[in-house]
Design a protein around this ligand. Sequence first.
Ligand code: SAM
Length: 276
Amino acid sequence: MSWDMVDLYLGDWEDFSFPSGEADLIVSSPPYNLGKQYEKKVALGEYLVWHKRVLAKCVDSLSSNGSLCWQTGNFVDRGSVVPLDLLLYPIMQELGLKMRNRIVWHFGHGLHCKKRFSGRYETIMWMTKSDDYYFDLDPIRVPQKYPNKKYYKGPKAGQLSCNPLGKNPGDVWEIPNVKYNHIEKTDHPCQFPVELVERLVLSMTRQGDLVLDPLMGSGSSLVAALLHGRRAAGCEIDKEYFKIAEERVGQTLRGEIKTRPMGRPVYVPTTKEGEK
Ligand SMILES: C[S@@+](CC[C@H](N)C(=O)[O-])C[C@H]1O[C@@H](n2cnc3c(N)ncnc32)[C@H](O)[C@@H]1O
């Protein structure tokens, strides 16, 4: 792997030359308009106009059988929850995209709410440009619950009744979020885990394909792409986050990056017998 596989841009995505019709997968997580340190909170209408522009650029940049995976959560307005994917769906439809899944990313940690249930999931909108989209389930199959189950009657009696390569992981993914003790944690306040993107990269692209993240933050999407022999492009407006992304891409190219391995079961603390 070498830097030839990577295109990094420091600046506003509006000034970045998106690869025209070449991106096989665009994975990104936009600012949620919450007034975090990397964003200025604006009126919801203005936020959606900004989104329309960035999404239109993404659609132009997608290859004809490519996928767009837009990972979002909630915008919260004086305690009232606004699910962003609900607002973004009509914009994406207008741009001609078709939804293939609304993946629920479930995680165990986060803020504890006092006047509503604590938020423990976000979503990934998986959209495609055409019906002829690339998708391969095999690299991301998960172990079957009963791997040795066999047909007990009929012409297939005695043969395995489930796929020995494993089953479809479904559209609810339990992956720990990147909090303080996570191996991938950097100084970026809102990283998504590399494992979340690895599943998308492995199922929606082939070796050598191009993965783009126009709002790359700490570069998690690029790390996931490079780990699996894909090319990667990303853009980030903040100098400090850009430096983090550049450093992580370098570590990945040198084989030094540390990530939580795909498929590792979520840690469940146990208590000793008799302990309360
Ligand atoms: C939610 S974070 C993405 C985090 C990323 N998924 C990761 O794992 O680190 C959104 C990022 O978009 C960047 N950003 C916001 N507006 C931008 C713009 N106009 N152009 C480029 N980057 C922008 C922010 O600085 C922030 O790092």
